[in-house]
Design a protein around this ligand. Structure first.
Ligand code: SF4
Ligand code: MG
Length: 316
């Protein structure tokens, strides 16, 4: 299993002057080996910060990131796949060299012949041709470029892939192809995913577990179908109401209520209270604790007990 647990204070640079923002705080989750946990939430909720902390791109200014040792007791190898594949691929390098770099760097293959064979194999694994290695990134479409970044990530033989909005820059039809590729690779290679997205229909397709983040904290976590069939936290309900309802297209769509407050000045108590239709006096005064639910999930809301079963809809 894989654990992340820490009270984190992470510095975010915003123009001038430098400011300190508690971008993520006391976030802890577990991803079973071979599984997929998705972090969801609106932009600015801290999900990308968590991704960068897990991969070591950011260091926590407080607390720590702990990985439970992998099944074989060896250290976890973590790779990241980014939203914009073009920005993460060196435009002056041929695709062959982009994918070969980790093989050389980590000495995973000895000779040039072995490296060439492995690059060709990785290209075919992600649905590209071995001859594509001769081309440059700009010669490919967005979806193909994302395939190239997946091949590069796989080159270092990772156990754990952190994917930050890997398909949100792509057309919907291409999105589905990349998601299907990622699921197939997960099955074939036993990969573990931490998947970051704001798109609830994408995470439903990908995840075993979903953790919903709001202003740097996890407010609800549950197995995917449990979360979709009975969201408990009012914020999760709001997120689910913004996706089109395929089974009942005539149901009214509820607009997003209110803006996300600035993480610089988080609201008191439950940070969701200014937007919550169920907020009462206690909500603005006390931060709710995470409570375990009988359905296997956990929820941070003062009113969850009294409303369980009746909270699937907003009042009015
Ligand atoms: Fe809403 Fe209060 Fe629950 Fe926060 S604690 S989600 S404000 S009911
Ligand atoms: Mg982001």
């Amino acid at each position: 299993r894989f654990d992340v647990s820490a009270p984190w204070l992470n510095r975010v640079l915003e123009r001038k002057p430098r400011v300190w923002v508690r971008a993520v705080d006391d976030v802890s989750f577990e991803v079973p080996q071979g599984g997929c946990l998705s972090l969801v939430g609106e932009s600015g909720c801290g999900k990308s910060t968590v991704a960068r902390l897990v991969t070591g791109l950011y260091r926590p200014s407080e607390g720590k990131i702990a990985f439970a040792p992998g099944a074989g007791g060896k250290p976890l190898s973590v790779q990241m796949i980014f939203q914009d594949p073009y920005a993460s691929l060196n435009p002056r390098w041929r695709v062959f060299d982009i994918i070969a770099e980790p093989l050389r760097e980590l000495r995973l293959r000895e000779t040039e012949v072995e490296i060439a064979a492995r690059v060709a194999e990785l290209l075919r694994t992600v649905g590209l041709a071995a001859s594509d290695g001769r081309k440059f990134p700009h010669e490919f479409s967005g979806g193909q470029r994302q395939r190239i970044s997946i091949a590069r990530a796989l080159a270092s033989e990772p156990d754990f892939l952190v994917c930050d909005e890997p398909t949100s820059a792509l057309d919907v039809s291409v999105q589905a192809q990349i998601l299907n590729l990622m699921r197939r690779l997960q099955d074939e290679m036993g990969l573990t995913y931490l998947f970051i997205s704001h798109d609830m229909s994408v995470v439903r397709h990908m995840s075993d577990q979903i953790a919903v983040m709001y202003l740097g904290r996890i407010v609800e976590q549950a197995p995917t179908e449990v979360l979709f069939s009975g969201p408990k936290h009012p914020y999760t309900q709001l997120l689910l109401e913004t996706i089109p309802n395929v089974t009942d297209p005539h149901r009214d769509r509820v607009p997003q209520s209110g803006e996300v407050p600035s993480p610089l000045t988080p609201p008191s108590g439950c940070t969701f209270h200014p937007r919550c239709p169920l907020a009462d006096a206690r909500c603005s005064a006390e931060r709710p604790e995470m409570l375990a639910m009988p359905n296997g999930g956990r929820v941070a809301c003062h009113r969850v007990a009294e409303m369980t079963g009746t909270m699937a809809r907003r009042p009015g």
